[in-house]
Design a protein around this ligand. Structure first.
Ligand code: CAA
Length: 395
């Protein structure tokens, strides 16, 4: 028996900002963004969207596809949490009306945390094959205005139901892990934006990939040629290319052409290019881009996953695509959502970016914008208020 993904979906902001406008504003050649880092657009969350609403809007779609009564664990993976104590997962659990006989927790290790959620859930599901785990990963990637990281911002969430009756991906047991105490990217509690040593973060990503791969192959006996496609953590789409070329080079597979290697990752980059970084959610948005856009039937194919979280932890793991997976995807819905988003001009982008919620304990209502079914409505006595709407603007 194998455990894996029974249902999966993503959600992002209804608003985006095109990087050609950022290039103009920052007097940078647009090619640096479009080609140098491989990003075209970035999702920009309005004031009434936060990690809870991003996650709830993604999760609402997946719980319709499964027997939700069987979900007895909710894991919320994020590095943009909204409370130092209460798990963001409790809000999501409540908004979705899940069973109260449920454990709910939040996990954090930069962009790696969702992979940790998967690895913790799998043995639990094999031990309890009648139960299901809802894993949500949601983040708002935020860097300083005018900083090198600014074009790699984004926002989004992934929700997946993991179970011992997977319909989309069945995960293998062996993984390879690498951890090292480094300061490549971090966000102290008093900061809204991350500090990042960009070049060093790329170096640590690549080092962790190689080290994790070595342990994975030693433990599993799998080889590069066993894989059909690779899904990488994607802070920006060119990072996927850098990672894949680095891996091929360092394991001595320089015989593969650039074209062949790009073919192993290209489909995974499609959504991230127009959404931006979503930290913990990004690798799984890459997985959905692959499954939903591949011209080939991927059933039976082996997929490699590399999750990297600054600080740092990297893990390489693998899984097989299951026969008939296509009928469990939300491909049309996702494509339509991305096509129908609203474009922001620079002033509108900056207004969303600069909006901050008051901290005086008063009663505040957030301005109404386009959101999914759930929105962050405001604050009262330091308590966050969420609202369920009659319909999702995307439907
Ligand atoms: N036309 C085409 N390409 C151009 C160009 C032009 N006019 N100008 C520059 N470029 C290319 C550069 O040659 C470079 O390509 P290579 O990487 O192949 O050398 C690329 O564009 C980027 O240029 P720079 O290196 O000069 O870019 P930068 O210094 O402004 O910053 C960055 C790039 C470090 C990624 C920055 O955006 C950043 O700090 N981002 C946030 C950190 C991050 O994403 N790190 C990734 C690893 S850590 C991680 O994965 C965790 C996470 O999610 C944060």
């Amino acid at each position: 028996m194998k455990a894996g993904i029974e249902a999966i979906s993503f959600y992002t902001s209804h608003y985006f900002f095109d990087l050609k406008n950022l290039a103009e504003e920052r007097q940078t050649p647009v090619d640096k963004f479009y080609h140098g880092i491989g990003q075209e657009k970035m999702a920009a969350p309005p004031p009434d969207e936060d990690v809870v609403t991003l996650a709830a809007n993604a999760a609402y779609q997946v719980i319709q596809k499964v027997d939700a009564e069987k979900i007895d664990t909710v894991i919320f993976a994020t590095e943009s949490g909204i409370d130092q104590s209460k798990s963001a997962g409790i809000y999501v659990h409540s908004m979705l009306g899940l069973s109260r006989n449920c454990r709910v927790l939040e996990v954090k290790q930069a962009c790696y945390s969702a992979a940790a959620g998967i690895q913790l859930a799998l043995p639990y599901l094999l031990l309890h094959p009648d139960r299901k785990v809802l894993l949500v990963a949601a983040d708002i990637a935020r860097y300083g205005l005018g900083s090198a990281g600014e074009p790699t911002q984004g926002a989004g969430a992934v929700a997946m139901v993991l179970s011992s009756q997977p319909k989309i991906i069945a995960f293998d047991q062996e993984t390879g892990i690498y951890t090292e105490d480094v300061m490549d990217f971090w966000r102290p509690n008093y900061r809204e934006e991350a500090f990042v040593d960009g070049k060093f973060s790329i170096k640590m990503y690549l080092k962790s990939l190689y080290e994790a791969w070595q342990q994975y192959t030693d433990r599993s006996g799998s080889r590069f040629d066993d894989f059909y496609r690779f899904c990488y953590h994607l802070p920006f789409s060119r990072m996927g290319e850098k990672a894949h070329f680095h891996l091929a080079k360092h394991i001595g597979r320089e015989d593969f052409s650039e074209e062949y290697l790009l073919g192993q990752i290209n489909e995974t980059l499609q959504y991230i290019k127009i959404i931006g970084n979503t930290y913990a959610a990004s690798m799984y948005i890459g997985l959905m881009a692959l499954l939903e856009n591949s011209a080939q039937d991927l059933a039976g194919k082996k997929i490699g996953f590399f999750s990297y979280g600054s600080g740092c932890v990297g893990e390489f793991f693998s899984g097989q695509v299951l026969p008939g997976y296509q009928q469990y995807l939300l491909a049309e819905q996702h494509r339509a959502f991305l096509q129908n988003r609203t474009e922001l001009n620079y002033e509108e982008y900056k207004k969303f970016y600069l909006y901050s919620i008051p901290q005086d304990g008063g009663e505040y209502l957030t301005p109404r914008n386009k959101t999914g079914l759930f929105r962050f409505a405001g604050l009262k006595e330091h308590k966050r208020i969420y609202q369920k709407l009659e319909s999702d603007s995307a439907r």
